[in-house]
Design a binder for this molecule. Structure first.
Ligand SMILES: [Ca+2]
Length: 89
């Protein structure tokens, strides 16, 4: 194996390892947020994708209100905008 091939193989493997570590760290933070499987269905289409599970690392939960009802507001940690609001029926 030539030196160039070996170097490009090492760089590719390093990038892959970094990508996997990034994904694992996002998953761990999502898991630590302690959301249920149903809560992580952010677009409420009835299914959970891997990206929705990873997105849970960037979503916070706080008390909110809507129409005089006490609700749970899920919001984006980066800008504070509401991702979803769950209110009792
Ligand atoms: Ca979904």
């Amino acid at each position: 194996m030539s030196a160039v091939k070996r170097i490009s193989l090492v760089i590719s493997a390093s990038l892959l390892v970094l990508l996997v570590l990034y994904g694992v760290s996002r998953y761990v933070v999502s898991w630590e947020n302690n959301y249920s499987w149903n809560e992580m269905d952010w677009n409420q289409d009835g299914t959970n994708t891997l990206s929705e599970v990873l997105e849970a690392s960037d979503v916070g939960r706080r008390a909110g209100s809507k129409g005089g009802k006490h609700c749970i507001e899920y919001y984006s940690l980066k800008d504070g905008l509401t991702v979803r609001m769950e209110c009792p029926k």
